[in-house]
Design a protein around this ligand. Sequence first.
Ligand SMILES: [Zn+2]
Length: 306
Amino acid sequence: MEVSFFIIWYHFFIYCSVKKYLSYHTGMRSDYAYKKEWYREILENPESFRVEPFRICGNLYFVGNKDSSSLIVDTGEGLMLFDTGYPHIQDMLLDSIKEMGFDVKDIRMIFHTHGHFDHFGATKRIKELSGAVACISKVDAALLRDRPDMALCDYLPGVKTDFFTPDKELEDGEIVSLGITKVRCILTGGHTPGAMSYEITVRDGDKDYKALLCGGVGFNTLNHTFIEETGLNWRGDFERSLKIWKSLKPDIYLGNHTTQSQTLERMKAGRSFVDREAWSEFIARIDKNYHEMLEDEIREEGYYIQ
Ligand SMILES: [Zn+2]
C-alpha cells in the first residue's frame, strides 16, 4: 500500500516538474503576466533612469527617462507635452524640460497615450505649474473615473500616484491644432481600451514630417491571467488596432516606452529618426508576438480567450 502510494506520488512529482519546466521554457501564459521584478529597478534606483534630453527632429524633443517616453513639440504658440512618466521621478522630467531650454509654464497641452500610472505620473503637478489642458481619450477618461484600480498604480508599491482631472476628452479621429502643429488622434485600444496613438506633424526647416507616437502595445493587460483575474478582455480592441496600425505610414516612429522604438540606441548611434521602415517592422513584430501568445495559451490551456 505504502509502496504504491509512493509510486503515484513520485510520478505526480515528475509530471509537475516536467510541466513546470516546459511552461518555463516554451513561454506559457505565466510569462506574459505582470512581474514585480520589471519595476524593481526604477523603484529602487530611479536615478539610473535619467536620460539627457535631446532633439529628435526639428521641433520634436525627447524629455523622458530610460523607460517611459515623454515628448515635447514646440508649436510656436506654446508647447505640447506627450506623456509625463512615472510619479516618483517627476523632478527628473521637470529637470529635462528645463535642460532642453524650455519653461514648464509654456506647456499649453498635455496628451496621454493611455491611462496608466507610468504615463500620467507628473500630470497633476505640471497642470498646476502651467495651467495646461490635459487631454486623454474619452474611453480612458471613463476608465480612470470608473476603474482607477486599472491605472495599475500598485505596480510601484509604496509610491503615491496623483490622479488628474482630464480637461479635454479626445475622440477617435479628432485633430487638435496649436501653432504650426497638428495632432491626429487615432483610437488604438487593447493595452487599455482607450489607448490613443498620435500622428504629429513635425517641422524641420522647410520640411514637414509625420511622427507617430504609439498608444501602447504591452501584453500585461492582454494575457490570460489578467483577463481571468479582472474579467476585462480588450483583445478584440487590440486586434482591430493591429489592422489600423498596419495601415499607418509614419516618417518617424516613437514608442511610448523607449525600448519599443530603440529611441535611445538610435540617438546614441546618431541615426536619423526619419526612418520609414521602423514602424512597419515594429508592428509586424508585435503582431507576431501577439499570435505567439495565443498559441502558447492554446498549448497550455487547450483554448484561448477570444
Ligand atoms: Zn500601460
